[in-house]
Design a protein around this ligand. Sequence first.
Ligand code: DAH
Length: 349
Amino acid sequence: MDLFDRLKDLREQGLAEIKEAESEKSLNDVRVKLVGKKGDLTQILHQMKDVAPEKRREVGQKVNELRDLFNENLASAKDSLIEKAIEARLEAEKIDVTLPGRRKHVGSKHPIRIIQDDLERFFIGMGYQVVQGPEIESEHYNFEMLNLPKDHPARDMQATFYVDADHLLRSQTSPVQARTMEKHDFDKSDLKMISPGKVYRRDDDDATHSHQFMQMEGLVVGKNISLSDLKGTLELVAKHEFGQDRETRLRPSYFPFTEPSVEMDVSCFECGGKGCAICKNTGWIEVLGAGIVHPNVLSAAGIDPAVYSGFAFGLGLDRFAILKYGIDDIRDFYSDDVRFLQQFRQEED
Ligand code: DAH
């Protein structure tokens, strides 16, 4: 075959090989084979001696043309391989920003928490401080400091979970009264506090009883604190929580730590006082217990009852929530059914 034919074949074959190379590596092998030092074109040049002298120039030219052509094609094949690799990588690493986001399930406040937060805000606005106390409490604070000495029959009203001989799950938030009074500096200011928290009583759970529930204790101690201060305060609470047109009344009651003791009723918000199932046809609903702090309780905390006086109250947050939202089973508060809880979704403030 003469050199011109070989060049023609090489041209076709070389261009095809360049086109077929699928990676930079194989393309480089093709490059070495075609235009490398020992490549096909070089070999053709070596055979120049066999070519008639007058044709050598032409062969030289053709070889150079072909080298240029190969180099051009090699370069553009390399570019397009690089481009393809980038494209493949982009495709593999693609993040589809058009996917819809994952929906976050935002919880809702527990109904008892709604009432608690609301009352806390209300009392803070009247200058009260919010105090916490331990849930495992000593007999000393849960009973003795509250004028309930050992063997006092009123302890039976709060059948209790004992942890050991001297400690129990507190049966009321009232011990926080004693703890706070002991620490307070009455020369500086009157004491105005509330204390929300869990309390426990040995009870058989049913629609209206729970062995665990929430209370909010309130206490004001200063000079000349009287029953009318208590009445005015409780009236504000009742109207705030149950509506401005609610009537209130105080009934005599008994608590060991207050004397006199009262229970407060609000006029029924369902029937307005006419009588219905909710108020058991009395027109009134009992909402909390309260009274004037017993002198023994003040003395026990180191406060002189001849100088200072105070009022206290204790309300059940569960009860407030039950009344306010018309809930018919207290166990709903503690059984974690989101369908129940979601009903109380409210605009967060
Ligand atoms: N501790 C009482 C209870 O659990 C509630 C109570 C009543 C608290 C009258 C008080 C109060 O501070 O004055 O039944």
